[in-house]
Structures are given as structure tokens and as C-alpha cells.
Design a protein around this ligand. Structure first.
Ligand SMILES: [Zn+2]
Length: 338
């Protein structure tokens, strides 16, 4: 897939475009071409042609020609923030829903009943797979705990935690959201004016779900969030994986690229190095088993009809999902105790 940079069109001095010169994760300035002529296949906010490069040092992926200023704002014009599509939903039979609710109260809520505890214990004893539920709750500590959702979108995650008794805060650009959540006692900080000094060692848990790939300086954001965590606090983060099987199969049509809003995607080694550099001492990687199905379905839908049969054969023969090739990197990283 990778080829020499000379195969790319000469850098156009295109309006509203700035060319990336170094890797956002490691600072290296040598790249190979990963995907050319990537379009805004999924939201169609920008009609430009974009290229993704792969860092030869850390294997992260970088958008070569990224939108700035007005053009960047336009790229978000009809974009919706990631919501239920990444979760498993709360469907299923009444019995399943009952068990699920009991598990959630026992695992995450400040107060849970005797039945909830019995069910929680029984699920543990049966090694019941609760990873889909924990993914939706982003491995938060049990309430009461102070939780910040950085890039909280429409506030869906905060509202999911709200009945469980957590002390909640969000950070987002949307002033409408800021107003609507205040009525529920959830403070939303405006990212545009949010200073690093706004919080210090404040939160037990911070979540960063599909945000890191959108920011121009992911390493700086990780350092900032580390400073906002209490000692022993945890950061949940999820980001598309530069080494995902889906990228190898679908190339420019892979849902995880999402040009031109995704500026950089880390590989697993690039992410762990960035976490370490930000001050995190340990982390656990989870595999989000809900991701592959919908990411591949949307990627397939974006590919030309004549290529789909061959891709479907590849999908059927694809290797199982591992921590290295998962569609998303899903991490819970821990700040060292004081
Ligand atoms: Zn790099």
C-alpha cells in the first residue's frame, strides 16, 4: 500500500489548506503514502481530495493536506458527533434488559440494591461478558466520582451516567449544549476558551471518545488531561487504529479515515508512547467488539459497487480482532498515585 511521496500531486497552494510537515505523535518528518485521493465520503461537507501519510518512525497516520480556518468549520457543517453507533444499545429481551440494568447499578451507581449485588456477583462467577456494557459506560469508577467528558458532543454519555450519582462535567464547543445541560446540574466548559489552569487534579475519570483524531496537537491534549486528573485517576480514550484490519482492506474508503476531519490516527505503539510521555504510568487496552461490524459495513457502502464482492470475500477471510489490528484503540490509562 505504501509508496513514495513523489507519487503525490505537487502541493497545491489551495485555499484553506495547510500541509502537515511532521508527525503529530512523534515529530518525525519522514513518511510514506498510505491513502491517496481520499474524499469526505461519509459526510460530504468538503469536496476536496485528501491524502494520508504513514510515519516511518511510529506508524501513525497523518492527514497531509488539512483544512484550516473557514474551511475547517465547513468540514464540520453537517457532521454529527459520534453517538449510539459506537455502542451496543440497550435492546434485547426483557430479561436481558433487567440483568443489564442490575449490572450497571451494581458496577457504576452510588446506590444499588440487594438483587443488583446478587446479579453482579453471579455474572462475575459465570465470567459473563460485560465488555459491551462497560464500553458504553467507558469503564468509569463507581459513583460518587467526578467525571469529565472532553468533547461530550450532544451530552449523551453524561446523561447516561447522570442517574447513577456521578459528579459530572463536560467540555464542548456548542453553546446550546452548554445551556441545556446546566439545567440538569452538569457544567459544560467551552473548549474555545478553556484554559489549562481551569482545573488541576480535579477528576477521578476523564473520557476522550473519538476526539484525539480531530485535534491538531494530540500529545498536548493528553498532557493537559493528565494534569486535570487526580493522582490515581483514569483516562478512557478511544481512537481509530492506524493498524486496523479495516484500513488494510478498504484503503481510502475506510470509515476510520473520515477525511478531512481526522488529522492523525495513532498506531498502538504510537499511542502508548504518547500516554507515557504525557505522564501515565500504566494502561489497559480493551477491544471494542461493537466497532468492526458497523465500521466495515459503512466502509463497504462507500466503496464502488464493482469492488464490493471481492471485499466481502476478504471480510469473510479476515483474521480475528486483536489489540494490534482492532478497528479502534480503546484504552484506560492511569495517572500514578501521588
Ligand atoms: Zn510518528
Amino acid at each position: 500500500m505504501a509508496s513514495d511521496l513523489s507519487s503525490l500531486a505537487q502541493s497545491p497552494s489551495e485555499e484553506g489548506i495547510e500541509l502537515a510537515s511532521s508527525c503529530l505523535f512523534c515529530g518525525n518528518d519522514e513518511f510514506e503514502v498510505e491513502a491517496q485521493d481520499v474524499r469526505d465520503f461519509f459526510f460530504k461537507c468538503d469536496d476536496g481530495h485528501f491524502d494520508y501519510l504513514r510515519c516511518t518512525a511510529c506508524s501513525a497516520i497523518l492527514l497531509r493536506n488539512r483544512p484550516v480556518g473557514e474551511r475547517l468549520l465547513r468540514a464540520y457543517a453537517s457532521y454529527y458527533t459520534h453517538g449510539e453507533a459506537t455502542g451496543g444499545g440497550g435492546g434485547g429481551s426483557a430479561a436481558k434488559r433487567f440483568i443489564r440494568s442490575a449490572y450497571v447499578r451494581n458496577r457504576y451507581a452510588a446506590a444499588s440494591g440487594i438483587i443488583d449485588r446478587l446479579i453482579g456477583t453471579a455474572l462475575r462467577a459465570a465470567s459473563y461478558d460485560t465488555s459491551g456494557i462497560d464500553e458504553q459506560f467507558r469503564f468509569a469508577p463507581k459513583a460518587p466520582a467526578k467525571v469529565l467528558d472532553y468533547g461530550c458532543g450532544s451530552g449523551e454519555y453524561l446523561l447516561r451516567l447522570h442517574p447513577l450519582g456521578h459528579d459530572l462535567a463536560g467540555a464542548e464547543y456548542d453553546p446550546q449544549l452548554i445551556g441545556s445541560m446546566a439545567g440538569r446540574g452538569i457544567a459544560i466548559a467551552d473548549v474555545a476558551t478553556l484554559e489549562e489552569s481551569h482545573w488541576q487534579s480535579e477528576f477521578d475519570h476523564i473520557t476522550l471518545a473519538h476526539v484525539l483524531e480531530h485535534v491538531p496537537d494530540p500529545a498536548a491534549l493528553l498532557r493537559r488531561l493528565h494534569g486535570w486528573l487526580k493522582p490515581g485517576g483514569t483516562l478512557y480514550l478511544e481512537v481509530p487504529n492506524a493498524d486496523a484490519t479495516g484500513l488494510a482492506m478498504f484503503g481510502r474508503y475506510w470509515r476510520g479515515l473520515e477525511a478531512p476531519r481526522h488529522f492523525a490516527l495513532p498506531s498502538q505503539p504510537a499511542l502508548t508512547r504518547a500516554l507515557e510521555a504525557a505522564g501515565f504510568a500504566s494502561w489497559t487496552q480493551h477491544i471494542n467488539t461493537c466497532a468492526r461490524g458497523w465500521v466495515w459495513a459503512e466502509s463497504l457502502e462507500a466503496t464502488p459497487v464493482e469492488d464490493r464482492a471481492a471485499l466481502q470475500a476478504k471480510m469473510a477471510a479476515a483474521p480475528p480482532e486483536t489489540r494490534a489490528n482492532a478497528e479502534f484503540l480503546t484504552f484506560v490509562a492511569r495517572k500514578p498515585d501521588a
